[in-house]
Design a binder for this molecule. Structure first.
Ligand SMILES: Cc1cc2nc3c(=O)[nH]c(=O)nc-3n(C[C@H](O)[C@H](O)[C@H](O)COP(=O)(O)O)c2cc1C
Length: 185
């Protein structure tokens, strides 16, 4: 089976991250998807436009952009920090401003939080950035009181979340299929 490359970004660097758990859960349910890029996020330098020249561009950024360009869509699991977006995610997306990485491609946003709001403010803050990158957003997933719904190893322990993941992934796959048929200028 030929797998569909999808840019995966985890906005938390924490070892037992709930957002990494969400990505793992998605990966397990979607053997047709090939996650790319996730392992580079930690090594991306802080955005420095002075480095964005052919001879100074860090190789990790070059590789990240190439992987984004090869992807058919993006899946971003990103926490809310202090009512805002994860700087890790924002930094990765800022580096994509110099590429066509996510142009016209569906992006599924996910967040999780121990609190009642599921990290929705963090996701909301990423929306303008993703629209500026010309992404096509699909219905996001926010998971409140997340520790009762998903384990750090990616095991989903709530039927409701399983269903929400399945629906979101169906929408995401459909959006990728549609985006693949649109000829963009
Ligand atoms: C510095 C910091 C700020 C946080 N701010 C928020 C917040 O504004 N809203 C929220 O719902 N959770 C907040 N949290 C809790 C995170 O949602 C929680 O730690 C979550 O598990 C982080 O994602 P991770 O498990 O993938 O690392 C914050 C956590 C940290 C460390």
């Amino acid at each position: 089976m030929e797998r569909t490359p999808v840019l995966a970004i985890c906005g938390s660097l924490r070892e037992r991250s709930l957002h990494r758990a969400l990505l793992t859960a998605v990966e397990r349910r979607s053997p047709e998807l090939l996650f790319v890029g996730a392992e580079l996020i930690r090594d991306l330098p802080l955005l420095d436009p002075d480095l964005d020249t052919p001879d100074r561009l860090p190789s990790v950024v070059r590789e990240f952009r190439l992987l984004a360009e090869s992807a058919r869509g993006g899946i971003i699991a990103s926490p809310e920090y202090v009512h805002g977006p994860s700087g890790v995610t924002k930094n990765a997306l800022d580096w994509l401003a110099g590429s066509t990485g996510l142009h016209g491609k569906p992006v599924l946003l996910m967040s999780a939080s121990p609190g009642q709001t599921g990290g929705i403010r963090g996701l909301a803050a990423l929306v303008p950035t993703l629209l500026a990158l010309d992404s096509v957003l699909v219905d996001p997933i926010t998971v409140s009181r997340a520790a009762a719904r998903i384990l750090p190893d990616g095991e989903v322990v709530e039927a409701g979340l399983e269903l929400r993941l399945d629906i979101a992934l169906e929408e995401f796959s459909h959006a990728m299929a549609v985006a693949g048929q649109v000829v963009r200028p």
